[in-house]
Design a protein around this ligand. Structure first.
Ligand code: GLC
Length: 432
């Protein structure tokens, strides 16, 4: 497959996974892309954003716009948008999804979940605007984005330090991320059924507390400030500020200042100088959870991060053969971590290589000037796709493809193909 074959195959896959229809309940048309028709049937929050990155890289701006409008079609009055929108599928795909919605009399027909996912939504609107200069779209979306980010700040920054907390592992988007083992009370190691029950227990308890956030904060069953989520939050506050500027909206400054506060808090509380890594922390105690996963690299995407910090993180971990330098990097946890398992498993994000992580780290390395290292990360993905097709995740030793098939996220490779020197790279660097 040449690069252009890959582009066309990705386009075909996204179009084949597209679902459009009319919602009687919301009196609106909807349009979304299933990440994988058999395994993941809904509209998912951050998946939608990843689809928009892919679609805009392919020049499919119309479809991208429709996906974003659908994502916000059910936005609640206070700004909230759930991480799964069920549209025409009233019944959960998995019984465990049931606990991720608020209990209501409409139990069998909840319209969306009560969870959030990493907030990539301002960057995606920015991408669409950059490609279309569609001011009307911007005028429609910016007020929705502002309400969404205001909801996050008001409801998830429990102690006012700027950092957001997640209330279940699933909100990280990296469902079984090994960082969370000790938080849920699982003996950090290879996943098994006990971990399953511990994690489902978190959702069940949140459900029983009716997702009342004041209660969840008080009970403190699971409250984590996660590095990936907060990096994306900081990045997207800047994107939102830029969008406000484009509309002459005076709130731009507020979002830009907030982004700075978030980054400062990340450096103060998540960074560990001794081991040169950003770690997820417990919300209340701010204690670091010292597990090496790809999110230790994520803050490198932030403009203005002290250079000695980014140099130390890369030098110490990226090409360390005991950690992330597997034959097909970057594994979803360091290979010397007790939880590392390279094989196919229902416990996602505990060893295999994901296109998403490489896409994110590619941007970090590229913009920090580590072009050769960035190239390795991108070439890995091209090799994996050529060898094993568009799969959910891959074996970091053999490159075998695992999990869902025709998995859309692997299409992020087309975005990596676009960030390649020349004009587009320069304009993207300006965005960070
Ligand atoms: C898995 C992923 C999550 C994603 C969902 C749908 O649960 O871990 O991030 O949103 O699948 O693709």
């Amino acid at each position: 497959m040449t690069d252009s074959d890959i582009r066309e195959a990705v386009r075909e896959m996204l179009l084949a996974n597209t679902h459009e229809g009319w919602s009687r309940k919301f009196q609106t048309e909807y349009c979304y892309i299933q990440p994988s028709p058999g395994t993941y049937p809904y509209q998912y929050f951050w998946d939608t954003c990843l689809h928009v990155f892919i679609l805009t890289a392919l020049g499919e701006h119309d479809l991208a716009r429709k996906n974003m409008l659908s994502l916000f079609a059910m936005q609640e009055a206070d700004g909230f948008v759930g991480h799964m929108l069920f549209w025409s599928r009233p019944l959960p795909a998995k019984w465990t999804d049931f606990f991720q919605g608020k209990p209501s009399r409409n139990l069998l027909r909840p319209h969306m979940s009560a969870l959030v996912q990493p907030p990539l939504v301002a960057q995606t609107v920015q991408r669409i605007y950059d490609g279309t200069r569609d001011r009307q779209f911007l005028e429609t979306m910016v007020p929705k984005l502002k309400r969404y980010f205001d909801w996050l700040g008001t409801n998830r920054d429990f102690d006012g330090d700027g950092l957001l907390s997640i209330i279940t592992p699933f909100e990280s988007g990296m469902d079984w991320k090994p960082t969370f083992d000790e938080v849920v009370g699982f003996n950090h190691g290879i996943a098994n059924r006990r971990l399953f029950w511990k994690v489902v227990g978190v959702d069940a308890r949140n459900f029983l507390h009716r997702y009342n956030l004041a209660t969840l904060y008080r009970k403190d069953h699971f409250l984590v400030k996660e590095v990936g989520f907060n990096t994306i939050y900081a990045q997207n506050l800047v994107a939102l500020a830029d969008l406000c500027d484009a509309l002459g909206d005076a709130d731009a400054g507020t979002y830009r200042d907030l982004s700075r506060t978030v980054v400062e808090a990340m450096i103060a509380h998540m960074y560990d100088e001794e081991t040169a890594a950003f770690y997820d922390i417990y919300t209340r105690s701010r204690e670091k959870i010292r597990v090496l996963t790809p999110t230790i690299f994520f803050p490198l995407v932030i403009r203005g991060l002290p250079q000695d910090m980014s140099e130390a993180i890369i030098a110490r971990h990226l090409s360390n053969e005991e950690e992330f330098a597997a034959p097909f990097p970057v594994p979803s946890v360091a290979t010397n971590d007790p939880s590392f398992d390279s094989s196919e498993s229902e416990y996602l994000w505990r060893g295999p290589t994901w296109v998403f992580s490489n896409w994110f780290i590619y941007q970090c390395l590229y913009y920090q000037g580590y072009r050769a290292e960035a190239e390795v990360v991108r070439e890995t993905i091209l090799k994996l796709i050529r060898q094993s097709g568009f799969r959910e995740y891959y074996d970091p030793y053999t490159g075998d493809g695992y999990g869902a098939e025709n998995f859309t996220w692997s299409g992020l490779v087309v975005d990596m193909l676009n960030i390649d020197g020349g004009d587009s790279a320069d304009s993207m660097t300006d965005k960070l």
